[in-house]
Design a protein around this ligand. Structure first.
Ligand code: PEP
Ligand code: MN
Length: 342
């Protein structure tokens, strides 16, 4: 399970740019972007707020990625559920506080939203397991745990100590829940991300969450640890084998061109059909006929279903398609009728 995207969903442009690059790699299962950022110090960038939900939905629309953001309060949960995002992650700070986790569990109750649970800031396995238990106890869909490392006072080159043993312990406690690693927040520095991702693979993590930004130095949060889309593509293909190459495969490119040309023909034919509809609308209006001619519609559908079957097309697909066309025809003819009355 590969989750990738910027630390903060800073703007629609950033989200769409990063998503375009991630889509090309063919590896990404979920797009992340923080909408409300938990900041240690007042005055730091706190994320785009509710507007960020729209940026994530734009990513889903264009690139078909399920989208995930951090929810830390019941207001966040309500906004995320209302917007219809696919998933939330519960951040390390929130998981550290059982009151907050319980409030979120209550607010999420009854929703099937996919939930990812980060480890708490402190290396206390009971806090992490306790949070998961509070969510499961409400019948919630805890899909994965995110191991993002722990705050310790030991001298370390990492922002958060991996303490991999805690990941293994959580696997024993929750054998049915995936555990993915977040080398970005462990590292705190882009330089160490690939190495930690490789360790995560050796530790049999079920996936990764990685922060990716088009231009990391200008990122409004976690600038030091985000990697570029190219670095991500390189990291992920070296960890998981070549998949990127298949996308530029000549035969796939040729098929894509065929699809493009066929769609162009399809659109021209649609335009032609709707042009006929317009002329029919005028004729019906002038003859004082009603727009809907049920008998004609029924015989048309029967005829087209036979033709669809002969072409081995799915009849339910063709029936739906005809219905969409019919709705559009009625809409056009109604507007012609109304114009005639003006
Ligand atoms: C994040 O993923 O951007 C984030 C704030 O994570 P964490 O809760 O692990 O600090
Ligand atoms: Mn971050």
């Amino acid at each position: 399970m590969i989750v990738a995207g910027p630390c903060s969903a800073e703007s629609e442009k950033l989200c769409l740019d990063v998503a375009a690059s991630l889509a090309r790699t063919g590896y990404v299962d979920m797009f992340r972007g923080g909408v409300w950022k938990p900041r240690t110090l007042r005055g730091m960038y706190e994320g785009p707020g509710n507007d960020g939900l729209k940026y994530l939905l734009a990513v889903r629309d264009q690139y078909k990625f399920p989208v995930v953001t951090e929810a830390a309060t019941t207001a966040h949960v309500e906004a995320v559920l209302k917007a219809g995002l696919d998933a939330i992650w519960i951040g390390a700070r929130t998981v550290t506080d059982p009151f907050s986790v319980q409030e979120l569990a209550n607010a999420l109750q009854g929703s099937g939203i996919r939930i990812l649970v980060k480890n708490p800031l402190v290396p206390d396995i009971r806090l992490w397991a306790g949070a998961v238990d509070r969510l499961l106890n409400k019948g919630l869909n805890v899909e994965a745990l995110i191991h993002r490392g722990f705050v310790t006072y030991s001298e370390s080159k990492f922002r958060n100590e991996p303490l991999w043993v805690l990941m293994s312990e959580m696997r024993t406690r929750f054998p049915d829940i995936k555990i993915i690693a977040d080398p970005s927040h462990m590292a705190g520095n882009s330089f160490y991300v690939a190495g930690l991702a490789a360790v995560a693979k050796e530790m049999e993590a079920d996936g990764l969450m990685i922060e990716v930004h088009s231009d990391p130095p200008t990122a409004l949060s976690d600038a030091n640890q985000q990697i570029t889309p190219d670095e991500f593509a390189f990291l992920i293909s070296s960890l998981c084998g070549e998949k990127v190459g298949s996308l530029s495969d000549a035969s796939l490119e040729a098929l894509r061109r065929e699809i493009d040309e066929t769609d162009e023909r399809l659109l021209r034919i649609l335009a032609q059909r709707l042009d006929i509809v317009k002329r029919m609308g005028a004729v019906k209006r002038d003859a004082g006929m009603t727009i809907m001619q049920a008998g004609r519609w029924k015989s048309l559908v029967d005829d087209r279903m036979k033709r669809a079957e002969a072409l081995s097309l799915s009849t339910s697909f063709v029936r739906d398609l005809l219905q969409v066309l019919h709705d559009e025809s009625l809409r056009i003819q109604l507007s012609i009728l109304n114009k005639g009355k003006e």
